[in-house]
Design a protein around this ligand. Structure first.
Ligand SMILES: N[C@@H](CCC(=O)N[C@@H](CS)C(=O)NCC(=O)O)C(=O)O
Length: 219
């Protein structure tokens, strides 16, 4: 019997995009169900009763929550196609370390940046740039974070970074001269079908942010 794969999602979510990229990389057929946060579905409340957040993957009726956990699950279940993790235990541990860095630094600071104003916003911007400096050094001249192949850390970072870099409205953090490795990496990733299919168009995101009052003048 074919696998039933449902993703509970909300299209502007970077976390949801991670899962879409992993599903696309593996060539898995899935249903992408959109949630309305002002009226969460019963299915979401049942499938993620602890956090009540998207993304949630429902695989043959069973739920898996938390985006990085979902990506890891997808990689383990559909392991024969485009592995996202290295098989070496040490390399795996490093991939998890850096994906956790992306979550706890980049995404956390990015969210603070988006929601703040004035001095606080400037502070968050400085911290975000510092986190990119760390990533720039870690990436070095490798094509992807894990080496020659697109993998777990790339999936973790690319939704956030691609949107930030491609859409210049977000604060002009990234300059090609200061971050040559990261900008080449982002362009390389953006050319992948799994990534380009999973990241919404600039105009759609701009419209969404403007409605939320998160798009600032001149951006
Ligand atoms: N750590 C979670 C974060 C998920 C998350 O923050 N989801 C947001 C959308 S981007 C959400 O569902 N928010 C709904 C709410 O807070 O009510 C993950 O990696 O999946």
């Amino acid at each position: 019997m074919a696998d039933e794969v449902i993703l509970l999602n909300f299209w502007p979510s970077h976390y949801g995009m991670r899962v879409l990229i992993a599903l696309e990389e593996k060539g898995i057929k899935y249903e992408n169900k959109q949630e309305d946060f002002s009226n969460k579905s019963l299915l979401l409340l049942q499938m993620n009763p602890i956090h009540k957040k998207i993304p949630v993957l429902i695989h043959n009726g069973k739920s898996i929550c938390e985006s990085l956990n979902i990506v890891e699950y997808i990689d383990e279940v559909w392991k024969d196609h485009s592995p996202l993790f290295p098989s070496d235990p040490y390399q795996r541990s490093q991939a998890k370390f850096w994906a956790n860095y992306v979550d706890t630094k980049v995404y956390e600071i990015g969210s603070r940046y988006a929601k703040s104003e004035g001095e606080e916003k400037e502070g968050a911007k400085k911290e975000l740039v510092e986190s990119f400096e760390v990533l720039e050094k870690h990436l070095g001249d490798k094509p992807y974070f894990g080496g020659d192949k697109f993998g777990f850390v790339d999936v973790a970072l690319v939704p956030f970074f691609c949107m930030l870099y491609t859409y210049t409205f977000a604060g002009k953090f990234i300059d090609d001269e200061k971050f040559p490795n990261l900008t080449c990496w982002a362009k390389r990733c953006a050319k992948k079908e799994s990534v380009s299919k999973s990241i919404p168009q600039e105009s759609k995101i701009k419209h969404f942010l403007a409605e939320k009052g998160l798009l600032h003048r001149g951006e």
